[in-house]
Each structure stands twice: as structure tokens, then as C-alpha cells.
Design a protein around this ligand. Sequence first.
Ligand code: GLP
Length: 261
Amino acid sequence: MEVIIVEQPGDVAVHAADAIEDLATSHPAPVLGLATGSTPRATYEETGRRIAAGRMTLARARAFMLDEYVGLPPHHPQSYRSVIDAIFTTKVDIDPANVAGPDGNASDVLAACAAYERAIAEAGGIDLQILGIGGDGHIAFNEPGSSLASATRIKTLIRATRQDNARFFEGVLDAVPSHCLTQGVATILRARHIVLLALGEPKAEAVRHAVEGPVSAMCPASALQLHPHVTVILDEGAASRLEMAAYYREVWENKPPWQRL
Ligand code: GLP
């Protein structure tokens, strides 16, 4: 794992957008993995600015979302489809038809999950997966206890995650769906490059477990330690509990120019 600790929270987005730009300028038809949540918003905005400035394009890109609530109408403002449209699709030049997500309203959930896995594989797999992390160490909606070998499936959200996300539902816990469809941990680990972003002290404990803790289903993000190419980009708050923080800073500051994200 490469760990980058930045002084200004805004620089998290700059480094993450660098990874997207590197891919987009070196690959004719890149496949992106998209996280929802508040953390990647600034990255998507920065990507949009670089596209507007003519530095890169996502016109030939495809994208796959990580997860979706079950039972929210697709046009509900808090469906992850609507959120991704608002924070990503409308900010960049990707063809909206090329942004896919799990179907949270499928009548046959098992078939929908299998179809989603197939769609990712048929696209050639994900080149670059942008990830956030939940306060409990979840990635996508893989809650603690998730199998580290899991594929896309239906999950029950734990109460703490629904409480965290109630802020998007006018603070009403009961308005937050109880179930979701989510890429599995193994699905995520098949991406060729994974960029995990975290902002603020409330994420510090989850980040510590993910980066320095034992690999455990109790912190699904810790499975990233098994992946050969993960970049973790943190602000000072999110990095504040890392035992090896000084070492990560030293490595990053002395990074040879040939070594890219
Ligand atoms: C949500 C999403 C995750 C996201 C995480 C953190 O529940 N399912 O994909 O990474 O929680 O969200 P935020 O970035 O808003 O803190």
C-alpha cells in the first residue's frame, strides 16, 4: 500500500484526480469504479475542471458504481444512481449511458447481482476504483462481517451506517433503506488499481484498522492489504491514528520521479 498524507484536505482530490488523469491519458477506453458518499465529490469536481481545461477526456470511458439502495425509485434524489448523476456524470464528459449501477429495484435480485458481475467482467474489469471508507471500516456497503471473498449481493445495512447516512434523508433514520446491493470485497479487489480516500478524524480509526490492522472481516477495508496496487490518500485528520505516519511521509517525499500513482 502506498499511503499519501496531505496537509490540505483539498489536496486529496488533486492526487485522486491525478490518478484518473493518468489513466484517462494513457488508456483509450478506461473503466472507472465510482464511489458515492461525500468524500469523492471534490475529486469528481477536479476531474471535471481538468476535462473543461482540455487536459483529459472521459468521452470513451465506462464507469461502474459500487452500490445502490434497495427499493428507492431510481429518480429518488438519494438513490446512488441520482447521487452519481449529480456528483460525477453531470460534472464530466462521460456518456451517461456508459455509467452502470446495480439495479436496486430488480424483481430477481440474485439475477441482477450476477448480471452486474458479468457486465463488469465483459467491460474488461475495472482499471481504477475510487473508494471511500465507512466509519466502521466498510467499503462500498460491505459491512463488518462481510466475506472477504464476496461478490455483488444484497446486504442488510447495520444501524450505525443507516444513522450515518440519515443526514442525506433529512435526519430520518426510518427513511434510510435497510438493504442495498453492493459489489463484494472480491469484486472490488479485482480492480487493477484502487484509490482509497478518507477525510477527517472520524475516519481515523477505520483507516488505522484498514492500513495497519490485521486483515479481518471485522474491517472489510483491511482486505485492501491483499491487493498489489492500492493508493491511500488521507488528510491529517484521517491519518491521525497511523503508527507509521512519519514513515509514509518520508517515502512519499522521497518518491522517485519514475514511480507513479
Ligand atoms: C457509504 C457508501 C460508501 C462510502 C461510505 C463513506 O455508506 N456506501 O461507498 O464510501 O459510506 O461515505 P462518506 O464519503 O460520505 O463518508
